[in-house]
Design a protein around this ligand. Structure first.
Ligand code: AMP
Ligand code: ZN
Length: 433
């Protein structure tokens, strides 16, 4: 297997040197953090008044955890550590209840983020000769633009296709001999399901690899995409709070994802006790970003469950690897790559006077994609009206939901008493996938 590096020195750095570098960068991060309204208040409560209060990397554990709610509470500027004039970019998470969680980057932050995404692409064997069709959504979501920058910096020809428009995706792939695709795993399966209709066979295309991420998927799904498309598929994990893709990526060996540890410190903790779990065991991933001046984030609880893979990788990189994500510790659903909290749906429908008190959220497989069904109870007054009104109401609920969660749900209206009522804690979500 041919192994290529983008920055061999840093990618194969000795562990001891890597940890020294992490400690230096952690101190700088704490210094930055103390410039934000949020951490200026929080850190002294934990006895941290300056970076000098940390004497070794182990002191990371003296720092407080940060949560998604902290980010929401600090919206819009409570986590900004530089003057706003220094900031060149912002992004937001793909799904949040009400207040979005946002991040900021200075020009230097952006350059460093781009560099690790380039590293990730090179680790899969990608190079200047490739044509890269980026089918992740462009916009506030980090998935599209962030990897775009890394691909461009590498010198690949980038097609910023974004998601959707099957006919155009196929046309570009054929006409420009696309060799690498970046998409959600479900979109890869969906595209394959429509090939026949467009008279396309995978062997007519020049696609060699796909980077898939943004949603949970199993090893079987990876193998299925590989088999159907006749390509190599690499898992990519990221989250907007940590600058999105590029954080953890598989190398040519496709055996779990390297985390660029000069840019992030990872910890795996027991989600209940928040104590570290022994190496190699499953727990919640906690990340500290080391290379972002505009918005430091310390010990951020990702809510994703995974484990660190013990031992070295055959590629020679010293940066440790993470196993495929096993699930989440909260109720966040990922539907066609978009994060949705059940509470967001509840908020929208309960605001509407026509809707009764009971509802049920059902998520199903719809071929390779997901289908969201929102079943709501309607008030008796509405029920007596004619079907046109019911149709209009369905449409209104669907539109309000679309505006809030960026997904098109199927809305079903039900008479009072039809939807299941549970005694005790209501079960509002049925995930049938
Ligand atoms: P966002 O902030 O919108 O980019 O969403 C980030 C979340 O998407 C993560 O916290 C994970 O739950 C999920 N996610 C992203 N990439 C993957 C992946 N490769 N495998 C499983 N889940 C993923
Ligand atoms: Zn490797």
């Amino acid at each position: 297997m041919e192994v290529k590096y983008w920055n061999k020195e840093i990618e194969t750095i000795e562990r001891e040197k890597l940890e020294d570098l992490q400690f230096e960068r952690l101190k700088k991060t704490v210094t930055q953090a103390l410039k934000t309204d949020f951490y200026r208040k929080r850190l002294p409560e934990f006895g941290i008044n300056s970076a000098e209060d940390l004497s070794s990397l182990e002191d990371l554990r003296r720092l407080p955890f940060t949560t998604k709610n902290d980010l929401r509470d600090a919206y819009p500027y409570g986590m900004m550590a530089v003057d706003r004039s220094e900031v060149v970019r912002m992004h937001a998470s793909s799904g949040t209840t009400g207040t979005p969680t946002v991040i900021y980057l200075t020009a230097d932050d952006l350059a460093r983020s781009t560099d690790i995404t380039t590293r990730s692409i090179v680790a899969t064997g990608g190079g200047r000769e490739d044509v890269f069709q980026n089918m992740m959504t462009y916009g506030l979501f980090t998935g599209g633009i962030v990897l775009h920058y890394g691909a461009e910096a590498l010198g690949m020809m980038v097609i910023p296709a974004s998601s959707g428009n099957t006919a155009r995706q196929f046309k570009m792939m054929k006409d420009f001999s696309t060799s690498i695709i970046h998409a959600t795993p479900s979109y890869m399966l969906y595209l394959h399901s429509r090939m026949e209709e467009f008279g396309i066979k995978p062997e007519d295309l020049n696609v060699k690899k796909a980077f898939v991420g943004a949603e949970p998927h199993s090893e079987d799904v990876r193998k299925k995409i590989e088999r159907l498309w006749g390509i190599d598929v690499y898992n990519s994990y990221g989250l907007s709070e940590m600058n999105g893709p590029g954080l953890a990526f598989e190398c040519v060996y496709k055996d779990c994802m390297h985390v660029w540890e000069d840019a992030y410190i990872m910890e795996i903790v027991d989600p209940d006790t928040l104590e570290p779990v022994p190496d190699g065991e499953f727990g919640e991933l906690v990340l500290t970003i080391l290379q972002r001046d505009a918005m430091p984030l310390l010990r951020y609880r990702t809510r994703d469950l995974t484990r660190i893979i013990p031992g070295a990788c055959a590629c020679g990189r010293t940066h440790r690897r993470l196993a495929r994500m096993k699930g989440r510790t909260d109720d966040m659903l990922i539907i066609n790559g978009i994060n949705v909290f059940p509470s967001q749906i509840e908020e929208v429908i309960m605001r509407m006077p026509e809707v009764g008190t009971n509802y049920l959220i059902v998520v199903q497989k719809n071929g390779p994609l997901d289908r969201l069904i929102v079943k709501t109870e309607i008030t008796p007054e509405i029920l007596t009206d004619d079907t046109r009104d019911l149709y209009a109401l369905k449409k209104k609920i669907a539109e309000n939901l679309k505006a809030s969660i960026s997904l098109n749900p199927v809305v079903e209206l039900h008479e009072h008493g039809v939807l299941p009522v549970s005694e005790g804690k209501a079960k509002r979500v049925v995930d049938e996938r």
